[in-house]
Design a binder for this molecule. Structure first.
Ligand code: HEM
Length: 322
């Protein structure tokens, strides 16, 4: 009898440990590299700083890269892998064609491999670079939990699981909740659109042939829509044509929310945040208070960047599995 209860509690203990392991719930910590690579944070920061001095579009690219990494297979650096002869990687999936600044991650990795070989994962570098991108653009900073492992799988077709700019509020909610993220997180993280740029194709649906009787999305500010139509004519032939996501695209501020309330957001998915009373109230709160926005953004970023992946290794080169 006694031996039976001992072995069943052993079994239970084993199951609990296995669950923790597979969930990766205990994997990340803020002091993960304190002993093994104490210069990790300052190294990433200086690489990001240098890159953005040369190219002001770098911070936006790094922030979006982290989001796209975490939403497919968890934050496991799968977005960084190159396609091979046998496999088209996430990088070459349609929503990721416009991702850029991968060289910044490569640079940081090169320095870190020289300092502490085989220690710092590419997924952690992306998470740190995204934090630095926000802070160096005038936004808040935070402590990044670390200890992610790099994955060995990256499949282009899985990028279909990223939320599309044409999504309505229930599609957005579903996409976020599947990853353990709330409506609060959705509104706060959409504030990432305070940085950067969109190509015409990403908001074409709102400014041409919107509906049978309306060419333009009626929820858009009229003259704002007209200016987008000039930059993006129906048969646009300029490959890099598009619009900034807010009027201060290199500054991390709450302008995005103010413009959203004026009908001057770029995507259907931005405008959708006003179609539900909970999300609309949050948009209004963040439009009025930059401090409230920053607080919520930090909380939600830490949540998003902790979505666990099935990573198993520390890649030596972020573009290739070991
Ligand atoms: C809520 C769902 C979201 C949708 C549907 C969405 C969609 C898009 C699209 C279509 C673009 C423009 C791509 C292009 O035309 O080149 C874009 C850009 C961007 N997104 Fe999002 N996004 C979402 C959430 C997020 C989140 C959570 C973040 C980060 C926290 C983020 C950060 C960015 C940034 C920084 C850019 C500008 C990129 C650049 O200039 O290189 N987005 N997003």
């Amino acid at each position: 009898m006694a031996s039976c209860s001992i072995s069943s509690s052993f079994l239970l203990g084993f199951l609990v440990l296995a669950l923790i392991h597979f969930n990766g719930t205990n994997a990340l910590s803020s002091n993960y590299y304190d002993q093994t690579c104490p210069m990790v944070e300052s190294t990433v920061t200086s690489v990001v700083k240098k890159a953005m001095l040369n190219d002001r579009t770098v911070p936006a690219a790094l922030l979006r890269m982290h989001f796209h990494d975490c939403f497919i297979r968890g934050c496991d650096g799968s977005v960084l892998l190159n396609s091979t002869q046998m496999n088209q990687a996430e990088k070459d999936g349609p929503p990721n064609i416009s991702l850029h600044a991968f060289y910044v991650i490569d640079n940081a990795k090169k320095y870190l491999e020289a300092m502490c070989p085989g220690t710092v994962s590419c997924a952690d570098i992306v998470a740190l670079a995204a934090r630095d991108a926000v802070h160096l653009s005038g936004g808040p900073t935070w402590v990044v939990p670390k200890g992610r492992k790099d994955g060995r799988v990256s499949i282009a077709s899985e990028t279909r699981q990223l939320p599309a700019p044409t999504f309505n509020i229930s599609q957005l909610q579903q996409s976020f909740s599947q990853r353990g993220l709330s409506m609060n997180d959705l509104v706060a993280l959409s504030g990432g659109h305070t940085l950067g740029f969109a190509h015409c194709s990403s908001f074409q649906n709102r400014i041409h042939n919107f509906a049978t009787t309306q060419d333009v999305d009626p929820s858009m500010h009229q003259s704002f829509a007209a200016s987008l139509q000039i930059m993006c004519p129906l048969h646009n032939k300029v490959r890099n044509a598009g619009a900034n996501l807010d009027s201060t695209p290199t500054t991390f501020d709450n302008r995005y929310y103010k413009l959203l309330l004026e009908g001057k957001s770029i995507f259907t998915s931005d405008q959708a945040l006003l179609t539900d009373s909970t999300t609309k109230n949050l948009v209004t709160k963040f439009a009025y208070s930059r401090q409230e926005f920053e607080k919520a953004f930090v909380e939600s970023m830490i949540k998003m960047s902790s979505i666990s992946g099935g990573g198993q290794e520390v890649r030596l080169n972020c573009r290739f599995v070991n």
